[in-house]
Design a protein around this ligand. Structure first.
Ligand code: MF3
Ligand code: CO
Ligand code: CO
Length: 276
């Protein structure tokens, strides 16, 4: 299948061109810069609603567009997932198990931002800590970050999507942690969620072959306890069934001739909460 924007594989995965990578580079940079800016705001006593207000205002100030406001009825510029929230935590709503959205000392949170810049989607998330993390929380964060980076290291033409999932799963499970199965990464580009589903677990050699020009996210969610999740009555917030702590990191990447380009690297070098 060929059109003016290039080819789509038999698995429905679009193959992008150099000029498209330039668009993704810009969108990814903007998303990463915004995440760099929120870091210093995360502290005990701060509300998740105020963090989302900052992100929305920063998106407006830059004259770019939030991909999440209005997406399937979602009304916020970020997802903010505290402690045992796996993903899609709603900023400004009660932290599950609490009476408000105030962060407490030792909370670990994921902030996930997706912006649209000149039609291109930049999707990234990171972990932050309010105050000082407990050792087991830092261990979870470190392992989740390392799992993402091992998945990214498997991205090169000739490898498969199963190789990415396997690299993540093998590392995470060797740390006696679990990979969430109920949510996955996704193709993106000029759309938010496109084929394929990028699983964070799998068998080597399984799944579609990676080809130069593919663009997608890798966004593993890792739990201290069991992998099962459930979605709360708000229809968004996903939590661990066993209420164990969960962490996630997300990059948007594009496959190059020899490996991949990460579009959402932190310009300030602050992707991990213990950096910068
Ligand atoms: N950014 C999330 C992802 O990584 C999607 C959030 S959709 C929302 O795919 F509506 F919950 F914001
Ligand atoms: Co994503
Ligand atoms: Co995201």
């Amino acid at each position: 299948m060929e059109d003016s924007r290039g080819r789509v594989t038999k698995d429905g995965i679009r193959i992008y061109q150099d000029v498209d990578f330039a668009g993704m580079r810009e969108a990814g940079r903007v998303a990463a810069e915004i995440l760099d800016m929120v870091g210093p705001l995360v502290a005990p006593g701060v509300t998740t609603g105020s963090l989302d207000d900052f992100i929305r205002e920063e998106i407006e100030r830059r004259g770019v567009v939030s991909a999440t406001i209005g997406y399937k009825g979602y009304q916020h510029a970020s997802c903010i997932s505290v402690n045992h929230v796996v993903c899609h935590g709603i900023p400004g709503s009660k932290v599950p198990g609490r009476s408000n959205d105030v962060l407490l000392a030792g909370d670990i949170i994921n902030i996930d931002v997706t912006v649209i810049v000149d039609g291109w989607f930049g999707d990234t998330s990171r972990m932050y800590v309010a105050g000082t993390p407990k050792p087991f929380a830092l261990r979870l964060i470190n392992a989740t970050h390392e799992g993402l980076m091992r998945g990214i290291a498997a991205v090169k033409p000739g490898n498969t999507f199963g190789d990415i999932g396997h690299a993540i799963q093998a590392y995470v499970e060797a740390q006696r942690l679990s990979v969430v199965r109920d949510f996955c990464g996704h193709g993106l580009g000029r759309v938010f969620h496109a084929p394929p589903n990028v699983l964070h677990y799998g068998r080597p050699g399984s799944g579609p072959k990676l080809e130069e020009g593919m663009i997608f996210t890798i966004e593993p969610m890792v739990n201290l306890g069991r992998p099962e999740t459930k979605v709360l009555a708000d229809d968004w917030t996903a939590i661990t069934r066993d209420k164990s702590l969960s962490a996630q990191f997300e990059h948007s990447v594009g496959v190059t001739a020899t490996g991949c380009e990460i579009f959402t690297l932190s310009p300030a070098g602050k992707f991990h909460p213990t950096w910068g």
